[in-house]
Ligand binder design. Structure first.
Ligand code: PHE
Ligand code: FE
Length: 298
């Protein structure tokens, strides 16, 4: 899409902020003027709370990117302001959405360097936990790393891989979803000065930011592509296992090959429970398993 041209508006969607136009790609204009003082306050509180605990915990690339993007605690950022910075850095754009998108639509956005961001922010009583991705998770958690050239390319490749997997079958899609979960959402990276967070699901949660790095409960295991693609995960609690990459280059290199034979091979292999440790794992920490519930893996 030519970015100088306004996207084609196809219909309107009713929200609690009135009727918003929906464009052909399923995206909406960010209704920035409709944010209340309470909305900006939720952003400010969450932003400040995370930035207090993230130095020394979040990856250098994440913190650096968030600063250069010009996100601040003062106000919910305007997508259009962030998009100018992103366009120059890596060509990515953020687009507003009402909520989760159908898989293929989501993949197509990523493949075209568009990252869908929920336009609405959680309520004050949802500060600590919300089930669906809201603006804070998407913007604070995901968008900074779109400034990093390596990570930006990884996400494009992921989107293209998703379009392909969609044509292969549900098993391939599930294996790819696990890769997203254990990298983009819940990934850890090894820096010379120690383990750091880069996953958006962690970095946007105070509890999991501390748990993922400091708790004795979870496993921390070196990243291995096929191992990750076989591993089930939790959506209702902190992760039982985190996978650690050495660099974003490692991620790109590991995911560069055609996955078609991998999908085929994995069809023959059983899924691995979220909390299991295998003989072949490169274990940084074997979790104590404290507080784990017995079932509930996705
Ligand atoms: N190389 C993968 C494929 O052929 C695509 C991909 C890249 C998937 C990066 C995930 C992440 O399907
Ligand atoms: Fe997310």
């Amino acid at each position: 899409m030519n970015s100088n041209q306004a996207p084609r508006r196809v219909e309107n969607v009713q929200t609690d902020r009135g009727s918003l136009p929906v464009y052909a790609t399923g995206t909406v204009e960010q209704p920035w003027d409709s944010y209340s003082e309470s909305d900006h306050d939720v952003w400010r509180q969450l932003y400040q709370r995370q930035r207090e605990i993230l130095p020394g915990r979040a990856s250098d690339a994440f913190l650096r990117a968030q600063d250069t993007m010009g996100m601040t605690p003062d106000r919910i950022p305007r997508f259009s302001d962030l998009n100018r910075v992103l366009a120059d850095a890596t060509g990515w754009q953020i687009v507003g959405v009402e909520g989760l998108l159908p898989e293929l639509v989501f993949f197509d956005h990523l493949a075209n360097r568009r990252f869908p961001v929920s336009w609405w922010i959680r309520r004050p009583d949802q500060i600590d936990y919300i089930e669906e991705p809201d603006l804070f998770h998407d913007l604070f958690g995901h968008v900074p790393l779109l400034m990093d050239p390596m990570f930006a390319d990884y996400l494009v490749a992921y989107g293209k891989g998703g379009v392909k997997a969609h044509g292969i079958g549900p098993e391939a899609l599930m294996q790819l979803a696990r890769l997203y979960w254990y990298t983009v959402e819940f990934g850890l990276i090894r820096q010379p000065d120690g383990l750091r967070i880069y996953g958006a699901g962690i970095v946007s949660s105070k509890g999991e930011s501390i748990h993922s790095l400091e708790s004795a409960a979870p496993n921390r295991i070196g990243f291995d592509l096929e191992r990750v693609m076989r591993t089930r995960y939790r959506i209702d609690s902190y992760q039982q296992t985190y996978f650690v990459i050495d660099s974003y280059e490692e991620l790109i290199e590991a995911t560069l090959p055609d996955f078609t034979p991998i999908y085929e091979r994995l069809l023959e292999q059983e899924a691995i429970p979220a909390g299991s440790v295998l003989e072949s794992d490169n274990v940084f920490q074997r979790g104590s398993g404290e507080g784990w519930s017995v079932d509930g893996d996705v």
